[in-house]
Design a protein around this ligand. Structure first.
Ligand SMILES: Cc1cc2nc3c(=O)[nH]c(=O)nc-3n(C[C@H](O)[C@H](O)[C@H](O)COP(=O)(O)OP(=O)(O)OC[C@H]3O[C@@H](n4cnc5c(N)ncnc54)[C@H](O)[C@@H]3O)c2cc1C
Length: 385
């Protein structure tokens, strides 16, 4: 019998499966698709950054980036994030900078002239820029593949094309049903990304995670003088970055309704370009590559922060990253394993993200892992099989 059933083989489920197996647990990983990273992980723009305003988000990303740096398959590239700060947000961004500096993560404040050396832009309405030299990109497929390989090496069983249908708690165990079989495990982890609200309802829970479609547009290859960092015009949310000889760009549509809507929304290209051209006039000379553009689901929560940890007896959730799960998954995997093995996450205080869930979704963290009774295998943490 497995100790834990993990549902979802995106980067979060894969990293969690690895760390749980490393902690000495028997892991069963269920994924509805025929292979890994077919959900949001494979659709992400692959950016990683420490430039957040919430301390927990800064640390989740920072420590994950430190881990990705050591994993060749993650193909970490420190190409940087450049934030162009409008006058109206100058104060708020100063506050974020203070948080980042206090946590000791690398971020620089740049004059607009300094920022121009990294990417050309119109300065109108801007106050200054910030640059994260450690920020950049990873390969989300490669990182997921690495975590799955390591999980399997430590004995995890990974079952593709096997969807989680339902589960009920009985006699201290989760009785899990799929179209192919029945499993029992004391612990259940939902790392089901944008599908977490739907999966939660099968357990009779309202978990406030919902899908919202997002687009990434790609230009045709063009002769740029150098690679552009991921540059965000904070006033409009328009971003661009180099990907080889192309540019990727996008902007969140605040009017996009929640739900599993499919396909690239070409109607959103106009408003995206309008914001982009106003700040980056050089975009006008580029052609769009429609076939290289894509869409995927953000897994949103009402306050845009993830739900992490125990939410019911024996039930953990790691979902709702609201567009930043790739860059936080490495650390989340460790935290989920600590929750189970030690009864509580130790490396970071995730209490806010779990208690936040109660006000957002009406379910309470029960402290359930065991109310500080470590899992069955307690001291096995770190033991490798
Ligand atoms: C366009 C776009 C751009 C993005 N850009 C970035 C970025 O630059 N940086 C960043 O950090 N993040 C970015 N993200 C967000 C990031 O992709 C997600 O936060 C992250 O991939 C979440 O990983 P996950 O493993 O939780 O979810 P997913 O990768 O979605 O994995 C969930 C898995 O659960 C499986 N599943 C669902 N239901 C069931 C079931 N019933 N049974 C079995 N399996 C099930 C799904 O098939 C899927 O494989 C972006 C997302 C999109 C769409």
């Amino acid at each position: 019998m497995p100790d834990i059933a993990v549902v979802g083989a995106g980067i979060v489920g894969a990293a969690s499966a690895f760390r749980l197996a490393e902690g000495g647990l028997e892991v069963l990983l269920l994924e509805k698709e025929p292979t890994y990273a077919q959900g949001s992980t494979g659709k992400s723009a692959a950016g990683v950054r420490v430039q957040f305003s919430e301390p927990l988000n800064v640390l989740l990303s920072y420590r994950s980036i430190l881990e990705y740096r050591e994993i060749p398959e993650a193909a970490y590239r420190p190409t940087g994030y450049l934030f162009l700060v409008p006058e109206g947000l100058a104060e708020a961004q100063e506050e974020a900078l203070k948080v980042q500096k206090a946590l000791g993560v690398p971020v620089e404040k740049l004059s607009l002239a300094e920022a121009q050396r990294r990417v050309p832009f119109r300065e109108e309405g801007l106050a200054y820029a910030t640059f994260g030299p450690m920020d950049g990109t990873i390969d989300p497929h490669g990182a997921t593949a690495y975590y799955l390989r390591e999980a399997r090496r430590l004995g995890a069983e990974v079952r593709f094309s096997e969807a989680f249908l339902s589960a009920r708690r009985e006699g201290g165990l989760w009785r899990v049903e799929t179209p192919k079989g029945r499993y029992e495990a004391p612990y259940l982890l939902l790392s089901t990304g944008a599908w977490t609200g739907e999966v939660g309802r099968r357990l009779g829970l309202e978990i406030p995670v919902f899908p919202v479609r997002r687009m990434v547009f790609a230009t045709a290859p063009a002769p740029f003088p150098h690679a552009f960092p991921l540059t965000v015009d904070l006033g409009t949310g328009f971003y661009l970055r180099s990907e080889g000889p192309r540019l990727l760009f996008g902007r969140s549509n605040p009017e996009e309704p929640p739900g599993f809507r499919e396909g690239v929304d070409w109607d959103w290209l106009g408003p995206t370009l309008e914001a982009g051209l106003a700040r980056f006039p050089f975009l006008e000379g580029l052609s769009l590559d429609r076939k290289a553009s894509w869409w995927g689901y953000y897994e949103m929560t009402p306050d845009h922060n993830p739900i992490l940890g125990f939410v019911e007896e024996g039930l953990l959730v790691a979902a709702g990253f609201s567009g930043q799960g790739v860059q936080q998954a490495a650390m989340v995997g460790r935290l989920m394993a600590e929750e189970v093995v030690f009864g509580r996450a130790r490396s970071l205080d995730i209490e806010p993200s779990a208690s936040g869930a109660s006000s957002r979704g009406g379910f309470l963290r029960s402290g359930a892992s065991s109310d500080a009774t470590p899992c069955c295998l307690g001291p096995a943490w770190g033991a490798r099989r």
